[in-house]
Write a protein that binds this ligand. Structure first.
Ligand code: PAF
Length: 278
């Protein structure tokens, strides 16, 4: 596996490889787990060259403490990527990614006014800044993202459209622990008891999936909140039922596809998850 820190060294290497191979890209913030590896695996199956980036992007953290606490496990991540058959890893410094201050303000309309966008002001602008910058550096044919970050996927698709980018966005299923907890880099920050209780999040979501069409949308939302909050370790921030375009849905007939999305606090740690209800 080749490792690059400098944009000026990565770019010419990728130009060379692009002559006879498609370039696939898996952007990450490190602290890699099986979910990331599923993206690498999918990328390898669809592209000639697999590039992964590791960069904890300060611009997308609205909370300094969350940024400080975010797990950084570079050496271990490099080993994981190497073993997964990743061809190139790009692990830049902040100066490489943002040689100048990025003052761009994206307009995502209603997409970022709900859920993560509402509770983490500025988060998606920071995601769009870094992902567009990384796309500019790597110029991938395809890029791979997890369904767990459902709203992020909508935002990135919108950004790709707005900037007329050509990279294809491939969305891969959420990977779960044995007890159903969606894999996340933040899971390693949970205490033993929080980790155990966090399985209640996906349990409540899967119960909601079973009850879709039986209960009303509002009843199901309230029931999901109630079930998660049963654990004293968990506190729901929101449960939203939305369509594929992030519009809030209140009737089962409102949309062809309906998703239940949640954010939950386990102490200081914030976890998100979603399931498709319909
Ligand atoms: O999903 C993530 O890990 C991050 O938001 C991303 C896409 C790597 C941008 O920093």
């Amino acid at each position: 596996m080749e490792k690059y820190v400098k944009v000026s060294e990565l770019k010419p290497r990728l130009s060379e490889l692009r002559k006879d191979r498609t370039v696939g890209f898996v952007p990450t913030m490190g602290a890699l787990h099986q979910g990331h590896l599923s993206l690498v695996e999918r990328c390898r199956s669809m592209c000639g060259v697999t590039v992964a980036s590791i960069f904890v992007n300060p611009a997308q953290f609205n909370d300094r403490e969350d940024y400080r606490r975010y797990p950084r496990t570079l050496e271990c991540d490099l080993e994981i990527l190497e073993n997964a058959g990743c061809d190139i890893v790009f692990a830049p410094t902040e100066e490489e990614v943002y040689p100048e201050r990025d003052n761009r303000v994206f307009d995502f309309g209603t997409l970022d006014k709900v859920m993560e966008g509402k509770f983490r002001p500025g988060h998606f602008n920071g995601v769009a800044q870094v992902v567009s910058r990384l796309f500019d550096i790597v110029n991938p044919d395809k890029s791979f993202f997890g369904q767990k970050d459902f709203q992020q996927v909508c935002i990135i698709k919108s950004m790709v459209k707005q900037l007329n980018l050509t990279t294809g966005i491939v969305v891969c299923p959420t990977v779960r622990e044995q007890d159903g907890l969606a894999m996340s880099s933040r899971n390693m920050l949970l205490s033993e008891i929080q980790r155990k209780e966090a399985a209640g999040i996906s349990r409540a979501l899967f119960h909601a999936k079973q009850q879709a069409g039986v209960m009303t949308v509002t009843e199901l939302r309230d029931e999901t909140i109630r079930r998660i909050n049963l654990s004293p370790e968990l506190k729901v921030e929101y449960v939203e039922t939305v369509d594929a375009a992030m519009q809030t849905v209140s009737e089962w007939d409102d949309a062809e596809e309906i998703f239940a999305c949640v954010a939950v606090h386990a102490g200081e740690i914030r976890l998100i998850d979603n399931v498709q209800l319909k």
